[in-house]
Design a protein around this ligand. Structure first.
Ligand SMILES: Nc1ncnc2c1ncn2[C@@H]1O[C@H](COP(=O)(O)OP(=O)(O)O)[C@@H](O)[C@H]1O
Ligand SMILES: [Mg+2]
Length: 239
């Protein structure tokens, strides 16, 4: 018997005012995996992850996490169950310090001891944030704000972290560092669903991936299979 996936999405459907954005999307994330969700602008990636995170209610299909249905559950319930979405655009609270942003990320936790443990853990993964605890988030660089957004997501003790285009707008040297950090988060025991347009770097760290086009999954495979796939090479890698 194979172990059931941590996250299993089946036949997910969503339309904005009747205009279909996602149709019949099925995907899975297993424990300890990094799974990439790739596709060009407008493919339906953000809609898919917003439905998983409870930001929008799916209009069809099911979302199961650790064996239980989550479809239609609101964000705060989804977070308590162990899924955190770091949305597109690194939405930190600019007028709050790094420390207060991190504390906000842990507000769903029951105990201050757990908040303290999680702070130690994120400062271990992101030492640069430890040096900047009292700096206002809005005064940090784009790359540092993205690290803070991810660190804040980790504060809720997720078992699955969903990152929506974390590398968007970052300088290439920071993109490399970011992908290294995402790998580090995964190695600390968090499964990851990584939405990206940076196909090459994502597939290098991903165990598996899916490609979306016009609201549907059109391709799936291991990171290596997708990197070598003709369609992926032509559509995304300019070969
Ligand atoms: N709030 C919205 N209202 C109406 N249409 C939307 C909204 N958000 C996204 N869409 C549309 O849904 C489709 C999928 O968008 P999205 O999920 O954001 O794709 P991606 O994240 O892959 O770029 C696109 O055609 C987009 O224009
Ligand atoms: Mg998007």
């Amino acid at each position: 018997m194979t172990e059931q996936p941590l996250l299993a999405v089946t036949d997910l459907a969503y339309a904005y005012n009747g205009v279909v954005a996602v149709r019949s999307v099925s995907l899975a994330v297993n424990r300890a995996e990094i799974v990439a969700l790739l596709g060009s602008n407008g493919a339906g990636k953000s809609t898919t992850v917003k439905a998983i995170a409870g930001a929008i209610a799916p209009q069809g299909g099911d979302i199961r996490f650790d064996g239980q249905s989550l479809a239609g559950a609101p964000c705060h319930v989804v977070v308590r169950r162990g899924i955190t979405l770091v949305p597109e655009g690194r939405l930190v609270f600019p007028q709050m310090t790094v420390m207060d942003n991190l504390r906000m990320g842990g507000h769903t936790l029951g105990s201050t001891a757990e908040i303290g443990r999680n702070l130690d853990r994120v400062f271990g993964i992101f030492p640069r944030l430890a040096e900047r605890k009292s700096q206002l988030a809005g005064s940090m660089s784009g790359g540092e704000q993205q690290m803070l957004a991810i660190a804040r997501g980790l504060m809720s003790s997720p078992r699955l972290m969903i990152l929506d285009e974390p590398s968007l707008g970052l300088m290439p040297i920071l993109v490399q560092e970011l992908f290294r950090l995402i790998k580090g988060v995964n190695e600390s025991g968090v499964s990851i669903l990584l939405v990206e347009q940076n196909v090459h770097q994502s597939l290098r760290i991903a165990h598996r991936g899916y490609v979306m086009e016009k609201g549907k999954i059109v391709l799936g495979g291991t990171g290596a299979e997708l990197l070598n796939n003709d369609f992926v090479q032509r559509a995304f890698l300019g070969r």
